[in-house]
Each structure stands twice: as structure tokens, then as C-alpha cells.
Design a protein around this ligand. Structure first.
Ligand code: SAM
Length: 378
């Protein structure tokens, strides 16, 4: 379901005057007041072709004119802060570092009063030269996605990536003070499960949080995992299944199994109190009992233990669609608002669009998604 411009500028204000709030609809994660984080995708393009995310070739990119401009992104962020009090923003993609002017965008967002946490998620390939300028422009922290610490395997998973360059980027991010530094690793059975102890070992010497993310069937992979006919053909992701996508649900390595892999090698994991850790997001956080690790180990278990009841995020795609959930299609088009509303009514229309989008969140997601992550902004 996608709501558009006419609804927010003309219809919704009238409806809101006439109808009292419907009890139950505006509580819990479906209330805009629960939203703490806006994830902003700035491109659908990427310089990697991870086997679980994109086909090797043949992806149809969004036309440039469909991408939100930096001015439009800042308008959305401003409405989120000023009207809804959202103070945490994550820049994502595709691969955000491939969009020209990223440093400038960070500086513009930083200048909006009220942002408490401005972060970036990246595959790290271009981070070596960008880490310091991004920090100087006002970025607070960075998450680097790395799925293997073995160069050959890393290349096989990313199809184009060079692990050494990415690790140098991680070092430069640490030098630049982009803290807390996180690594995201998608766990895939039979593909990188034996890498997990090596990732966990990083926490002995580095103040890094390594987060293991359960592989989610999104885009074409969803077709294999979903009950027959449960995805409308018009909602399917871009064509071209690949690698882990072809494996469907077999690729899932649950949090429980991932923890076992680590504990068999490095001894017990001790739970860490979420309230004492900054920026843990939806992760369950642990530390190794062995030695005196300075880093943390997190698990994001959207498949084996969905956390929809505490979901506090909203997503903005690169083409200006607000998306209520990574899996489900509840969407609101804000590009049409940005490009047609008068200056005076724009902020209110954007703010209403956000509130309406949050109401479209599912109670619990359906375990399959109609769009690949690079399209939505992971
Ligand atoms: N390119 C940036 C990066 O690598 O962090 C940002 C976008 S990327 C889509 C965000 C994260 O989503 C990455 O950590 C990636 O590994 C993860 N991801 C993509 N597809 C996924 C899937 N099907 N299941 C789980 N994680 C996925």
C-alpha cells in the first residue's frame, strides 16, 4: 500500500479535523512518538554485488532525477526533528559513499539544530580517504559491513570487494574517532559460519561492537521462502536471484546457532545490560567471559526473534518513499510532497506522512520482504 501527495496535502488535514483519534492505533510501535531513528538511503547504487543482496549484473538503477536532492533530504530531516522530535539519523544505501557530495550532505544535516546522533553504514571500501573528512563534517560514528575476515571468501561474497582496503578503512575510522565503531556481519549457514569466532576475537583488543545479523530473505530470495502466492507479482524485487538468494531459507543461521559457534571456540558469552550501552539498536548484546574484552558482540535476530513490538525506526528510500518496515510494503510517497507542496504546508504534510507511515507497520513481520535491502536502505 502506498499513500501519496494529494492525501497528505488535501485529504488528511480535513480527515484529522473531522475524526477523533482511533484508540489503539496510535500506541506502541505504530505511534510516531515511538520513532527514534530515521534511516535515510541516499542511493540504490553500490560498488559491491553481495551475493545475498544484488545480482551480479542487470540491476536497473533508479534514474538520477528520481533521487531526492540533498535539499529535499534536509527538509525531511528537519520535519522529523522539529515536529516529531526524532534526533537519530543513519545515512545508508545502496552504498552511501558512492553518492557524490556525501561529506557535504553530512555537513548540511549536522547544521540542523537538534541532531543527537548522525551515523553512516558503509561497506568500507572508500572509507580510508573519507573517514576524516566525514568526521570533520560532523559525522558521529560509522558501521562497517564485513561478512568474512578471509580475503578470498570476502571477494566471493561481495563479488568485487577487497578486504584489505576495507580493513584499512576501518582503521582510519577508528583513528578519526568515529565512535562507537561497529561491524555488521550477515551470518549465512555454510557460507561464513566458521568466520564467527574470528570476528568475536576482534573484541579482545579493539573497542568495536561486532554485530551478527541473521540473513533475511528479501527481494527475489523472498519468493523462495514465502508461502506460495503470498507476494503480489507487482511487489516483487528487481529481477535476478543470486548466491544465497537461490538458497532461500537454508541460509538462515539463527542467533542461537551463531552463539553456539562462538562459545564452542571461545567459551561463554555473558549478556550485557542494554541500558548501560549506548546505541545498541535492536541487538542483543554480549561480551566474552574469557580474558578482558574491550569490545562487544551483538546479535540482530529479526528472523528467529522478531522485535517488531519495540521497533523504533522509520526508513526513507533514495527515491523519497517512507517505508514502515524492512519486510512489509507499507509505504508513503514523500517525493511528491517535496516537489509539489507550498513552502508553508510542506513541513506539516511531511510530518503527517511520517505519522501515517508508522501506522502501517505490521504487528509482526511476515518473514519475507518484497524488496531487496539495497533498494530500501538497510
Ligand atoms: N552498503 C552499506 C553497507 O554495506 O553497510 C549500506 C547498505 S547495506 C544494504 C546495509 C546492511 O544490510 C549491510 O550490512 C548488508 O550486509 C545488510 N544486508 C543486505 N541484504 C541483507 C539480507 N538479505 N539479510 C540481512 N542483511 C542484509
Amino acid at each position: 500500500m502506498r499513500l501519496s501527495c494529494y492525501y497528505f496535502i488535501v485529504k488528511l488535514p480535513l480527515v484529522m479535523l473531522a475524526v477523533p483519534a482511533i484508540p489503539g492505533l496510535e500506541t506502541g510501535p505504530r505511534s510516531i512518538s515511538a520513532v527514534r531513528v530515521l534511516r535515510i538511503s541516499i542511493t540504490d547504487r553500490c560498488n559491491f554485488r553481495c551475493v545475498y543482496c544484488m545480482p551480479e549484473e542487470g540491476t536497473r538503477w533508479l534514474p538520477k532525477e528520481n533521487l531526492l536532492t540533498f535539499e529535499e533530504i534536509v527538509d525531511v530531516a528537519r520535519a522529523a526533528i522539529e515536529i516529531h522530535g526524532i534526533r537519530r539519523f543513519k545515512i545508508t544505501g545502496g552504498e552511501p559513499t558512492v553518492r557524490r557530495g556525501l561529506v557535504e550532505l553530512v555537513a548540511r544535516l549536522r547544521r540542523i539544530p537538534g541532531i543527537e546522533d548522525l551515523s553512516l553504514t558503509t561497506n568500507g571500501l572508500l572509507l580510508e580517504s573519507l573517514a576524516r573528512p566525514l568526521k570533520e563534517a560532523g559525522l558521529d560514528r560509522v558501521t562497517v559491513s564485513i561478512d568474512s575476515l578471509q580475503p578470498d571468501r570476502f571477494l566471493r561474497i561481495t563479488r568485487t570487494g577487497d578486504l584489505r582496503t576495507v580493513l584499512r578503512g576501518l582503521d582510519r575510522a577508528e583513528d578519526a574517532g568515529l565512535y562507537p565503531l561497529k561491524i555488521n556481519c550477515v551470518t549465512m549457514r555454510g557460507i561464513n559460519d566458521d568466520d564467527l569466532p574470528d570476528f568475536a576475537r576482534l573484541t579482545f583488543g579493539r573497542r568495536i561492537t561486532v554485530r551478527f545479523i541473521e540473513y533475511m530473505p528479501l527481494g527475489d530470495a523472498a519468493l523462495l521462502d514465502a508461502p506460495r502466492n503470498s507476494i503480489d507479482p507487482s511487489e516483487r524485487g528487481p529481477a535476478g536471484g543470486c548466491g544465497a538468494q537461490d538458497r532461500g531459507a537454508d541460509s538462515l543461521l539463527s542467533e542461537a546457532d551463531a552463539r553456539t559457534r562462538i562459545e564452542e571456540n571461545l567459551g561463554p558469552l555473558l549478556p550485557v545490560d542494554r541500558d548501560t550501552e549506548a546505541g545498541v539498536g535492536p541487538a542483543n548484546v554480549y561480551r566474552l567471559a574469557l580474558g578482558n574484552p574491550v569490545g562487544r558482540i551483538g546479535f540482530i535476530s529479526a528472523m528467529s526473534a522478531p522485535f517488531c513490538a519495540t521497533c523504533n525506526r522509520l526508513r526513507l528510500t533514495a527515491e523519497g518513499v517512507l517505508r514502515s518496515c524492512l519486510f512489509e510494503g507499507g509505504e508513503v510517497d514523500v517525493r511528491s510532497i517535496l516537489r509539489s507542496a507550498h513552502l508553508g504546508s510542506k513541513q506539516t504534510a511531511l510530518a503527517n506522512a511520517m505519522a501515517e507511515c508508522v501506522r502501517l507497520k505490521p504487528e509482526v513481520h511476515s518473514r519475507h520482504g518484497n524488496q531487496q535491502m539495497s533498494r530500501i536502505g538497510g
